[in-house]
Design a protein around this ligand. Structure first.
Ligand code: FAS
Ligand code: PHB
Length: 390
């Protein structure tokens, strides 16, 4: 089999790249080691930047998002028993975010790909990129015990943090940067109206909490938890009690509760691999970087990587220019590091760290006080949250 671009990974990165390339008449094959249902069963991101919304529109995959997504003009920071609203729309000259779950984005992109008859191969075992440092790269995989090979012009490594693409790069060619946080997020989904019409990020002595949503009748809540927490120790009742303890009283009293239908614990880390290009292999999304979800950047960074990679591939095929591909890594990393910084800053400001001393605690309190009383400081938060320009 031959294609122009072999895409490893059928998450948001791979699917969005595949759809944009298809719209440009460039042939792709997507391979994923998991099945469609498993991929669609993962509950992850919930907030889309305008740049991500624009790319989904460009991919002709935005109709349901506009019909069912929720436009948000702001969110609140809660601490010392009070709310402080961050007016995204007013502070950024009219920008906002779209609340629409990653699961739905993935579903919509899969449906688009199926509607155009583009090939995705699921349950592909032992997917491996080869000869990407030459002019004739290829990908091998096994399906139902049969070995296959796909010859291609380029390989897009969109296979996430644990994927095969980054691991196929010789260690001497890669430099990685990592910070692991001493806590995780315990998240639940419940079919119940959210406690507020906007998101609430809470800093509390018991730990961080986040009140988010997927719709007007589906809530998504998170609480900071220790890394040795076990999900089986968290009944719904215990979770609802804990999340309400971490919110201002008026929210805790108003919160609707219901049985959860998803409950999981995610570790938090910051991770960047440099560069993001190795000959004819390009890393995009979580394959190249990970951010703590506090800044709602993971999925949106995947989208901006895809924007740069798509532009470079179109230049190659339509204008016989390698400029875009040659600049990919440097352009993508410039935006990645600013989002990594923002996500680290939001995480450091809103979470309680086990080893925090009295001085560090006062600094965190001063940060929150300054942020909520200075238009300049709030503007910095707002412009990063809605997404810096591509
Ligand atoms: P993904 O990991 O989504 O997709 C990679 C795909 O590659 C998967 O389908 C996988 O099956 C496949 N794959 C992996 N290895 C392979 C191999 N060897 N061969 C073939 N295929 C392979 N971001 C936010 O903005 N907000 C959040 O709240 C948030 N919560 C998260 C919670 C968790 C538990 C995790 C892990 C991430 C979370 N993220 C969040 C980040 C997340 O949304 C990612 O940024 C997003 O999924 C990135 O998309 P992809 O780069 O496509 O990677
Ligand atoms: C979510 O709704 O899953 C969500 C929203 C904002 C974040 C992280 C997660 O910062």
């Amino acid at each position: 089999m031959r294609t122009q671009v072999a895409i490893i990974g059928s998450g948001p990165s791979g699917l969005l790249l595949g759809q944009l390339l298809a719209e440009a008449g460039i042939d792709t094959v997507i391979l994923d080691r998991a099945g469609k249902d498993y991929i669609l069963g993962r509950v992850r991101a919930g907030v889309l930047e305008e740049g991500t919304v624009g790319l989904l529109d460009k991919a002709n995959a935005g109709a349901r998002m506009h019909a069912e997504g929720l436009q948000h003009d702001g969110f609140s920071l809660a601490f010392d028993g009070r709310d402080h609203r961050i007016d995204l729309f007013g502070l950024t000259g009219g920008k906002r975010v779209m609340v629409y779950g990653q699961t739905e984005v993935t579903h919509d992109l899969m449906a688009c790909r199926e509607s155009i008859g583009a090939l995705s191969i699921y349950d592909a075992a032992n997917v491996q990129p080869h000869d990407f440092d030459g002019q004739a790269p290829f990908v091998t995989y096994e399906k139902d015990g049969v070995a296959h090979r796909i010859d291609c012009d380029f390989i897009a490594g969109c296979d996430g943090f644990h994927g095969a693409s980054r691991k196929a790069v010789p260690e001497r060619s890669l430099r990685t940067f990592e910070k692991v946080y001493p806590f995780g997020w315990l998240g639940i989904l419940a079919e119940v109206a959210p406690v507020s019409h906007e998101l609430i990020y809470a800093n509390h002595p018991r730990g961080f909490a986040l009140c988010s949503m997927r719709s007007a009748h589906r809530s998504r809540y998170y609480i900071q938890c220790s890394l040795d927490e076990k999900i089986e120790n968290w009944s719904d009742a215990r979770f609802w009690d804990e999340v309400r303890r971490r919110l201002p009283a008026h929210h805790a009293e108003a919160m609707f509760v219901a049985p959860s239908f998803e409950k999981s614990i995610a570790p938090l880390r910051s991770f960047v691999a440099e560069p993001m290009r190795f000959g004819r292999l390009f890393l995009a999304g979580d394959a190249a970087h990970i951010v703590p979800p506090t800044g709602a950047k993971g999925l949106n960074l995947a989208a901006s990587d895809v924007h740069y990679l798509f532009s470079g591939l179109v230049e190659h095929y339509k204008e016989s220019s390698s400029a875009g591909l040659d600049a990919y890594s440097q352009k993508a990393l410039a935006r990645v590091w600013k989002a990594v910084r923002f996500s680290w800053w939001m995480t450091t400001m809103l979470h309680r760290f086990p080893d925090t001393g009295d001085f560090d605690q006062r600094i965190q309190e001063a940060e929150l006080d300054y942020l909520t009383h200075s238009r300049a400081a709030s503007t910095v938060l707002a412009e990063n949250y809605v997404g810096l320009p591509f």
